[in-house]
Design a protein around this ligand. Structure first.
Ligand code: ADP
Length: 447
């Protein structure tokens, strides 16, 4: 999701009633995305959490560019001559706590009551979000071999926050893989020699778990069903794309695998291919194994087929203007693969009640949704064309009322789920006694 695009900043709740201001951090290799969300148990139950600000810190050469969008709609951009994550975070907090920010709820660093981190890989260790202590940090380190490009940055984010806010501030790790821990053995094992699973942990883990879980929880609220009654297929269609089969509220299968490369066609990733193609490309093109994997990750998918772009919005515009054959093909292959997964998951689940679309494409493109659903009438899915067309970036049911298999659009909000999990972990964890008493400001001052 584009961090700065959204305008749904909620402001109809008195902040005095709120218990915790949670800073959500998503630390990548060259950027740090953040949101400050005020929430507590009641706000979660009422879906009335308040987003105070959001933004991104990006590294450019020897400096960082910090962009913040505040709840009142104002936007601030400033650059700082550092490349260091901790120093960037300190600058951000200095600005947020200053009068100039207009974020009156955060007057001092101590007004941030907890930090929630997106952590990409929890391996087989973490089936749920965890309050971070040294043991959890070690576990995240142990998963580095499974996500060498991501977990090290997530750890840097945790350590930077520990420096900025002090060691006593509760921090929580929310893993992209956790929601898929419920996938049974027969669905997560690959049919390769079993010792490779034992030796190298080669199995399906699945990703986008925070997004699949968020839309699953929202679906329950919108459809008014219990967790046990939640039987849906969720499609996260953004730059990265994945499908998940949710039975009884739990993930029982998902399209991404050991890495995010498997499954649906994505912006630049191939998704499923015959594994023999890997060595064939390497031999014919004179590439190493790593280079071939990079080609499948960064040069394939919509970009690879169209030869033009990974951006679905641009592809749809091009198709409408020029009807270019490869552009048309890219879109067709994308939609066909998504429909194929819906069919496969319907079989795995013994039927479902709804398909839920989310992610930049799923939320915003009626045309792609219609093309994916076209031909699923046999399964009982009938789109309400008007509702589908009118639903752009909104929560809505887009199937007709008499459909047996419904379709919904539910915009994802991974940061919100991270903030909520942070609160839930703290309420359940050893530091819950601190909650009525926010940490002392002087203990938490920016160094
Ligand atoms: P990320 O996975 O990086 O978070 P997003 O979830 O924001 O990405 O999704 C980005 C994708 O959503 C891009 O392919 C973009 O073109 C597509 N997208 C956004 N708005 C539209 C739209 N109105 N119509 C079609 N595609 C859209």
């Amino acid at each position: 999701m584009a961090v700065l695009e959204t305008t749904d900043l909620v402001d109809d709740l008195s902040l005095d009633e709120l218990l915790m201001n949670v800073l959500v951090l998503n630390a990548g290799s060259s950027s740090l995305k953040f949101q400050l969300i005020a929430t507590d148990r009641d706000a979660i139950a009422a879906n009335k959490d308040v987003r105070l600000c959001r933004g991104q810190i990006d590294r450019f050469g020897g400096e960082v560019l910090i962009v913040v969008l505040v709840r009142d709609g104002s936007r601030k951009k400033f650059s700082v001559s550092t490349r260091d994550m901790q120093a960037s975070l300190e600058h951000l907090m200095r600005w947020i706590t200053s009068d100039a920010s207009g974020i009156h709820e955060i007057q001092a660093v101590g007004d941030v009551h907890a930090v929630g981190h997106r952590v990409v890989h929890g391996g087989e260790l973490f089936g749920e979000s965890k309050l971070i202590n040294d043991e959890v940090l070690k576990g995240i380190e142990d998963c580095i071999e499974l996500a060498p490009l991501h977990n090290p940055n997530n750890i840097k984010g945790i350590l930077a926050a520990r420096q900025v806010f002090g060691p006593n501030l509760p921090q929580v790790a929310v893993f992209d893989t956790s929601f898929h821990h419920s996938i049974p053995e027969h669905a997560y094992l690959y049919a390769v020699p079993y010792h490779l699973y034992r030796r190298h942990h080669i199995r399906r883990y699945g990703f986008h778990g925070t997004s699949h879980r968020y839309v699953t929880e929202r679906y329950q609220m919108l459809a008014g069903v219990s967790t046990e009654q939640t039987n849906i297929i969720t499609l996260h269609l953004g730059n990265g794309c994945s499908a998940a089969a949710i039975r009884g509220g739990s993930s029982i299968d998902t399209s991404m695998g050991m890495t995010p490369l498997e499954g649906l066609v994505m912006g630049t990733r191939s998704g499923d291919i015959d594994p023999a193609i890997v060595s064939l490309i390497a031999t014919k093109e004179g590439l190493s194994a790593g280079e071939t994997e990079a080609l499948l990750n960064t040069q394939s998918g919509l970009l690879g087929i169209s030869g033009l772009t990974n951006d679905m919005r641009v592809l749809l515009q091009e198709q409408a203007k020029h009807d270019d054959r490869r552009v048309r093909l890219a879109i067709e292959v994308f939609c066909y693969r998504a429909r194929k997964y819906i069919g496969a998951f319907l079989a795995c689940m013994g039927g479902a009640d709804a398909v839920v679309f989310t992610g930049g494409i799923g939320e915003n493109s009626p045309e792609i949704r219609a093309r994916i659903c076209h031909g699923l009438e046999w399964a009982g899915l009938r789109l309400d064309d008007n509702r589908n067309k009118q639903t752009v970036g909104l929560e809505s049911q887009i199937s007709t009322h008499d459909s047996r298999l419904h379709a919904f659009v539910i915009p994802t909000d991974e940061e919100l789920l991270i903030a909520r999990d942070t609160v839930r972990c703290i309420l359940a964890g050893p530091c819950s006694s601190q909650l009525g008493r926010p940490p002392k400001v002087e203990e938490l001052r920016v160094h």
